[in-house]
Design a protein around this ligand. Structure first.
Ligand SMILES: [Zn+2]
Length: 309
């Protein structure tokens, strides 16, 4: 189906399809939020999920009195070769032609991408990275993901994995970081095992025998706790190395952080100093910025996705 160019005055509908809830948002062309609703995700019921999504779109359009473009953000990716979803934590969606089915049910093109790409698109469109030609969006949460937006469009890639950086190895590893913690994919020392929330918690426990949440580590470091400050220091240095790798390949103008760890204010001061020795340039003008839309970026990015020409 040819992609339809959204009209200048068309509303943008975004769906965040998660394992427990479905959220819908409608944005005016200027990004103003017109409507937002939530509904529980039907449990392991593919047809039920399709019905819930299409009902939510129809209800929103009836309420607003106009139809819009539709974009969907959901974990996993549509395999380019087959058009089937893979890698979703909602297992019933895996192997299903969800994009084709939603297009049939809604009689229009439907764009689908993962949450990290939605985050990056939201922040690149009217968030912290607004106006930057190339934005790398990073989620530092329970997992670590990334997405690349080039001139306002998500870079998908031949395998629909562009920006999936969390399962690359931590670059320039030190002896103590080798082989690194095991990762669910079978490798060890993936960036995610160091930079996710559980990653910093495990690192702190290993270094000091103290079981604290990532939030507690950051809060205590801010109050002068030496062990927590040292853990956060190690975290920053690793984040700097990991992002230097991205800068050397993609060279984005802006890197935007999201997820729980993005709320640690000192990252934005320290990491750009720490990445300098690893970036292959005599000066580094890349800006490291905190997200503007926070938890809303997933669903807002899905809405912008549907508007992509
Ligand atoms: Zn991994």
């Amino acid at each position: 189906m040819p992609r339809q160019r959204a009209g200048q005055n068309m509303i943008r509908i975004g769906i965040d399809l998660g394992g427990t809830k479905i959220e819908i948002i409608a944005l005016a062309p200027d990004g103003h939020e017109l409507l937002r609703r939530r509904s529980p995700t039907p449990r392991e019921d593919y047809r039920g999920i399709l019905r819930a999504v299409t009902d939510m779109v129809r209800q929103a359009e009836a309420e607003l009195g106009q139809s819009g473009s539709v974009g969907v953000g959901t974990p996993g990716s549509i395999a380019p070769a087959t058009g089937l979803l893979r890698g979703s934590n909602s297992v019933c969606l895996n192997g299903q032609p969800i994009q084709a089915d939603l297009q049939d049910l809604l009689s229009r093109p439907v764009s689908i991408t993962n949450d990290a790409n939605c985050f990056a698109l939201s922040e690149a469109t009217d968030g912290a990275g607004q106006g930057a030609p190339v934005v790398f969006g990073v989620i530092l949460g329970t997992g670590v993901g990334g997405g690349v937006v080039v001139h306002g469009r998500v870079l998908t890639g031949a395998n629909a994995i562009a920006g999936e950086w969390g399962h690359n190895p931590l670059p320039w590893p030190k002896d103590a970081e080798r082989p690194g913690p095991p990762c669910f994919g079978g490798h060890s020392g993936c960036i995610e095992t160091f930079l996710s929330g559980p990653g910093i918690e495990r690192d702190h426990l290993r270094a000091y025998g103290e079981a604290l949440t990532a939030h507690e580590i950051a809060a205590r470091a801010a109050l002068g706790d030496a062990a927590c400050a040292a853990t956060l220091g190690r975290y920053e240095e690793r984040l700097a190395r990991a992002l230097a790798h991205v800068i050397n390949i993609v060279d984005p103008e802006v890197i935007v952080l999201g997820g729980g760890m993005s709320n640690v204010a000192r990252l934005y001061v320290n990491v750009p100093t720490l990445w300098a020795p690893f970036v292959f340039s005599d000066r580094v003008d890349t800006r490291l910025l905190r997200h503007r839309h926070g938890d809303s970026s997933g669903v807002r990015g899905a809405a912008w996705l549907g508007a992509a020409p």
